[in-house]
Design a protein around this ligand. Structure first.
Ligand code: NAP
Length: 273
């Protein structure tokens, strides 16, 4: 790779950032289309400093992750409508010093789901009420999906259900909800807690579509149990690559090399593959 005075600079800001798959995925994508650009990981809790640096140094684009996705909104010059609705930005584009914020998590989830299910008119049990659940919930609502929200904290769950015109369901009752789609958005089941799942196997019915937003491991306990019961499963890695592909298009105007990005993300997760 050639780095010179013309190299464009992209990156991810957040804390912690050490396990991010984005540098491997985006650098592979830039190389695949022959773009003179590099993507770095910037570990920082200083959100104001990050925004100032982006302008001062002319950083072309940034991914935004925990804990900055919401606090960054008022620091940007403009925020697109979906990101405003969700209340979180995961992508910034810098055009001549003007910073625009987007949320590609919603788009990534939709693309991953649409590979396996026609959404309008379907019902979905959404587990969790944090940032990922909000992004997915607003995207599904906009596509005519009827939502049921399950969350540990009833207050947060009820608030999201209210915003989405959805119904709140207590966790012990999820087996009683007839649903086409189940989406798990909490960190339960992620490395190192891979033996955990919030969903009782009795809630997993053959033919249902089950997506877990967790991508480490690629197949969580929930997805393994869902597959064993005849459900159609979608890994969080598929959503992750699609949200990254949307970032790539916003930054470069080019179609994203999805296959290259998927392989790079898989290899970053499992270096022995
Ligand atoms: P968040 O805003 O902190 O929300 C976390 C959610 O998980 C809340 O609903 C929380 O419930 C629930 N939760 C946490 N610990 C729990 C436990 N022990 N038992 C039951 N519920 C629990 O986090 P987030 O930004 O939504 O991210 C959640 C996960 O999604 C992370 O693992 C993240 O890596 C992943 N993610 C993946 C993608 C992708 O592209 N695949 C994109 C975005 C995020 P309370 O309200 O009760 O606290």
């Amino acid at each position: 790779m050639k780095i010179d005075q013309h190299t464009d600079l992209y990156g991810v800001i957040g804390s912690p950032i050490v396990h991010s798959l984005s540098p491997a995925m985006h650098n592979a994508a830039f190389a695949a289309i022959g773009r003179n650009a590099v993507y770095l990981a910037f570990e920082s809790k200083d959100i104001i400093g990050c925004v100032r640096s982006m302008k001062a140094l002319g950083i072309n684009g940034l991914s935004v992750t925990i804990p900055h996705k919401t606090p960054i909104l008022p620091l940007l010059d403009e925020v697109d409508e979906m990101a405003q609705q969700i209340g979180a930005v995961n992508t910034i584009v810098n055009v001549d010093g003007r910073l625009s914020g987007y949320n590609t998590d919603a788009f990534g989830a939709l693309k991953a789901l649409e590979e396996k299910i026609v959404l309008p008119g379907k019902t979905c049990l959404l587990i969790g009420a944090g940032g990922a659940a909000r992004a997915i919930g607003f995207a599904l609502q906009a596509h005519g999906v009827h939502l049921f929200i399950v969350n540990r904290s009833k207050k947060k769950g009820l608030r999201l259900a209210h915003h989405l015109g959805a119904e709140f369901v207590p966790l012990p009752e999820i087996e009683t909800v007839p649903t086409d789609l189940l989406i798990q958005t909490t960190p339960i089941g992620m490395v190192p807690g891979t033996d955990q799942s919030l969903v009782p196997p009795g809630a997993l019915k053959a033919g249902m579509v089950v997506m877990d937003v967790i991508y480490n491991p690629i197949e969580t306990r929930l997805l393994a149990e869902a597959r064993a019961r005849g459900c159609v499963t979608i890994s969080g890695l598929t959503m992750f690559v699609h949200q990254g592909a949307a970032q790539f298009r916003l930054w470069t105007g080019n179609e994203a090399p999805l296959g290259v990005m998927t392989k790079a993300a898989e290899q970053a997760l499992n270096p022995k593959w």
